[in-house]
Design a protein around this ligand. Structure first.
Ligand code: PXG
Length: 285
């Protein structure tokens, strides 16, 4: 069955959903995006995703030609048009078609695209037994070069790190910032548990402030687990009691091995399990 795509102002079959070869999203990665998830017909933290999308766009001086409410409705309409109540949504805004030069002022209309599909999660086994990850030698882009808080269409930095992970037989890779501090993984935020306390790198470590990350921090606080944003280095991960990742696609996923070192007991730990359960309860509520 062909999927139904939202393009700018209407729903069209996927074979009619096309962008120009002159689109600066294609030519330069000039655009922004979001990945959202719907559970039982309700989009998880839609407003937060829409706010982050508009903030990313604003940061690159891209004016989204539709109001937030219209884009939010397009997300729901696209899910409905594809008969999806549990699905994944990719919202893409490109700079639009322009000339072959970089000048964004020579582009015409930003393209607003909403794609809804099912989500292929990591195999269940990874959730039960935990992931193995490696540290990538590719550093996370410095904020002074391009803020990692912008969810831009230019993901080459993360893709280079992802390639390193895949070559080492891992589905995720840890990225450090230019100071050698832990930033995040290629598409997930990172947490550790030490002495019953939850620790995660602060935004200025050069991370995308994940919506799942924020939800997990709230859940931890509500469960009486002390949660702090602190600078972490690899030593903190290697010696942690537990480690896990968070992301819209991955949700909460345990990590049991980093760079060939066993983390904690080598099995998903109790705090990770508790927060995983709390997260599942939250999204299904
Ligand atoms: N860091 C980065 C760099 C991300 O791209 C997250 C953290 C988690 O954020 P949320 O808001 O989802 O909790 C992301 C998520 C993928 C994939 O295939 C992941 C993301 C985007 C596109 C694809 O894993 N972003």
């Amino acid at each position: 069955m062909p999927r139904i795509i939202f393009m700018n102002d209407r729903l069209v079959p996927e074979d009619q959903a096309k962008v120009s070869v002159f689109d600066h999203g294609l030519l330069y990665g000039d655009g922004v995006f979001e990945g959202l998830r719907s559970y039982s017909g309700k989009v998880f933290r839609l407003e937060a995703h829409i706010d982050r999308l508009y903030a990313s766009a604003r940061a690159i001086c891209l004016e989204i030609p539709l109001a937030k409410e219209v884009v939010s409705k397009a997300v729901n309409d696209t899910l409905a048009a594809n008969g999806l109540s549990d699905g994944y949504v990719r919202l893409v805004i490109t700079r639009g078609a322009g000339s072959l030069g970089l000048d964004p002022n020579k582009t015409s209309h930003p393209q607003v695209i909403v794609i809804a599909d099912t989500i292929s999660l990591y195999p269940r086994e990874f959730y039960e037994k935990g992931l193995r990850i490696v540290t990538a030698s590719t550093q996370r882009t410095q904020s002074a070069a391009l803020s990692p808080r912008i969810k831009s269409l230019n993901y080459l930095n993360n893709i280079m790190a992802k390639l390193e992970g895949l070559r080492a037989g891992c589905v995720e890779a840890l990225m450090l910032n230019h100071k050698g501090e832990v930033a995040e993984c290629t598409g997930d935020n990172v947490f550790v548990v030490r002495d019953g306390r939850l620790l995660t790198p602060p935004p200025d470590a050069g991370i995308l402030e994940g919506i799942t990350r924020n939800a997990v921090m709230e859940l931890a606080t509500a469960a009486g687990i002390d949660c702090r944003e602190v600078t972490l280095v690899r030593h903190d991960l290697y010696t942690a009691d537990e480690c896990f990742l968070t992301g819209t696609a991955a949700e909460v996923i345990p990590v049991v091995d980093i760079d060939g070192r066993t983390i904690g007991s080598g099995m998903p730990g109790p705090v990770t399990r508790r927060l995983t359960d709390a997260f599942h309860e939250l999204v299904r509520r």
